[in-house]
Design a protein around this ligand. Structure first.
Ligand SMILES: Cc1ncc(C[n+]2csc(CCO)c2C)c(N)n1
Length: 225
């Protein structure tokens, strides 16, 4: 079994919980409360700012010129394609780009991005790739699953979200990160693999918690905001 398949198997119950989460189901059948989606979009936007920094750091830590260029391409895709989706949704929801960018990170958003940044700054390239993989991989899986629902991609509001995440372009990013992880893991001792497994498990949990936070619109208590 490849290392990525081992990680996927270990985190499967969490990934399944994400697939079955009412937030994700609501995007799929179009019934998700727009207010919850608005909360999610704003938090996701500030999350993606830090995620972009991780691609920049990955380019810095990359082991070849080819990988440096690929991480730079992913940085570009996040800042200019994925985040454009957010800016477009924000416009439809009456939120300006400035307001979107000024969003204060909620506790879970801050915990998730700080965890990824800390693991990646302290560790080597494989630590970084392991930390960011559940993000790119699980969204592609979710996008593919939701796209199978008849009419979901044509939904007047959530259709574009599903269309983006199930796209070949995002599939390629996930596949490439999986392939790189498996290459970097070759020959590593079990103690290292177990340490990496914990990182993957943690960011898989954070992915689940991000749906949960968004569904409950969970931010700082109003008296400490
Ligand atoms: C909480 C959260 N998790 C995952 C993604 C999806 N995502 C983030 S970066 C990237 C790769 C290319 O931009 C993908 C697919 C998200 N938006 N928000």
């Amino acid at each position: 079994m490849s290392f990525s398949a081992r990680l996927h198997q270990k985190a499967l119950p969490i990934w399944e919980a994400s697939h079955n989460h009412p937030f994700v189901k609501g995007i799929g059948d179009g019934t998700l409360d727009i207010e919850k989606f608005k909360f999610f979009m704003k938090q996701d936007y500030v999350y993606l700012i830090d995620y972009s920094r991780l691609f920049a750091l990955a380019s810095m830590k990359a082991n070849s010129l080819k990988n440096m260029a690929l991480f730079a391409k992913m940085l570009d895709a996040t800042l200019n394609i994925e985040m454009d989706l957010h800016r477009q949704y924000a416009e439809r929801l009456g939120i300006s780009a400035e307001e979107l960018e000024a969003t204060q990170a909620a506790p879970m958003t801050l915990a998730y991005s700080s965890y990824m940044l800390s693991v990646s700054e302290r560790g080597s390239l494989i630590d970084l790739v392991t930390a960011i993989l559940p993000c790119a991989w699980s969204y592609y899986e979710i996008g593919k699953k939701l796209a199978e629902i008849p009419g979901a991609m044509e939904h007047e509001f959530y259709g574009e979200w599903i269309t983006m995440y199930q796209s070949e372009e995002f599939g390629e990013i996930a596949d490439w990160l999986i392939k790189l992880l498996d290459e970097l893991a070759l020959g590593l001792p079990e103690s290292e693999l177990a340490r990496l497994e914990e990182i993957f498990f943690n960011t898989s949990r954070f992915e689940y918690m991000f749906w949960e936070m968004s569904y409950n619109e969970e931010s700082w208590p109003s008296h400490v905001r």
